[in-house]
Design a protein around this ligand. Structure first.
Ligand code: PLP
Ligand code: COI
Length: 338
């Protein structure tokens, strides 16, 4: 293993020693295999290659001050991957197999879990693909489940500093009755062109409006949206956003802090009423948003100090990180020690 500069990691792929795999064939999942190869070999007519039959997950392992490695809410990722599989007619991965694979791949790559002080984490990427051949549009009969890991730093280079996000009605991420609530690759392919426009304009991400009316806030490209309005945590309720496990956790932590929580449609017009806004997700953690530009209408919305996260975002961030790293009690049983 070459020396890794833990404090300067970005969110990118670094090779580790092992990944784990299981194959669904003839109606059953194989025993978990450990592999040192970074390659997958598959049929050229595999449905993942032609018709986008694929789903993935993202979760993290954290090394605590006590040296223990904790995985955050993997039961929820297991459930969500089943939901994604079901949505595009793939064979769901049994929750027990999912959890066993996640635990095993972390155990096998313990040397790659970044040290506590670095602030970096081990990102765990489960992937499910239709690997059996079809030429007509129909679900595969064979599936491959792989889990790999890679040490990562912050997803947005600003880390826990406010970023600017962009709204434009010229792009949709997901159709109203489409696959936006599934973690399937097609949603990310659909977001790449808009993402490029955002990055070229100096924005960390696109903030999507609902595709039907262009009236309500949906979510950011790689993360959910939330806002603080007085003593209330507000987050969009929409059928075309990914149900974020980080957001679900922040909702609980906000309640514990005595905030009201509203999960409801959030009109874009309400942006001018928010005190703090942010994006949240496994990769993004909490990424405070300092400014949102509606580039079609040439209107800017600004939130708090452009160089510092707001007080409630900061409190939520420390509480969440505290639980993940084992500095705070895990009163809801969110953490699994490897
Ligand atoms: N929304 C999208 C589109 C995402 O890709 C992610 C990342 O997984 C999230 C939201 C955040 O979800 P989670 O908090 O479960 O990582
Ligand atoms: C995550 O937060 O785990 C994601 O999957 C977001 C992004 C890397 C696609």
């Amino acid at each position: 293993m070459s020396k890794i500069d833990w404090t300067n990691l970005s969110f990118s792929y670094i090779k580790t020693d092992y990944n784990v795999r299981s194959y669904f064939k003839d109606g059953q999942w194989s025993d978990l295999e450990e592999s040192t190869s970074e390659q997958l070999s598959m049929h050229m007519a595999a449905t993942c290659l032609h018709y986008g039959q694929q789903a993935f997950e993202g979760l993290k392992a954290f090394k605590g001050k006590d040296g223990k490695v904790r995985i955050f809410r993997m039961d929820e990722n297991a459930k969500r991957m089943q939901h994604s599989a079901d949505g595009i007619l793939m064979q769901p991965v049994p929750a027990e197999l999912f959890k066993k694979a996640v635990m095993r791949v972390v155990e096998l790559n313990m040397d790659y879990v970044p040290p506590y002080e670095s602030g970096a984490t081990l990102y765990i990427r489960p992937l499910l693909i239709g690997s059996g051949p079809k030429v007509g549009v129909s679900p595969a009969e064979e599936y491959t489940f792989v889990v790999f890991v890679t040490p990562v730093g912050a997803y947005f280079k600003e880390g826990f500093k406010p970023t600017k996000q962009m709204i434009s009605r010229k792009f949709d991420r997901a159709a109203p009755q489409g696959t936006g609530n599934l973690k399937v690759g097609g949603n990310y392919a659909a977001s790449m062109r808009a993402g490029k426009v955002a990055h070229e304009g100096g924005y960390s991400s696109v903030l999507y409006l609902d595709s039907r009316e262009k009236k309500y806030i949906d979510e950011a490209g790689p993360a959910n949206f939330f806002a603080i309005k007085g003593n209330t945590y507000v987050t969009p309720l929409s059928n075309s956003i990914l149900p974020s496990i980080t957001n679900m956790s922040l909702i609980q932590l906000a309640k514990d802090m005595g905030l009201n929580v509203e999960r409801r449609k959030v009109e874009m017009a309400e942006l001018s009423e928010f005190d703090e806004v942010g994006a949240c997700g496994t990769a993004a953690v909490i990424s405070p948003i300092g400014q949102i530009d509606d580039i079609d209408e040439n209107v800017s919305y600004k939130f708090g100090d452009p160089s510092e996260a707001g007080p409630i975002c900061t409190k939520l961030y420390h509480k969440l990180r505290g639980i993940q790293y084992g500095d705070e009690p895990d009163k809801y049983g969110w953490v699994t020690i490897v």
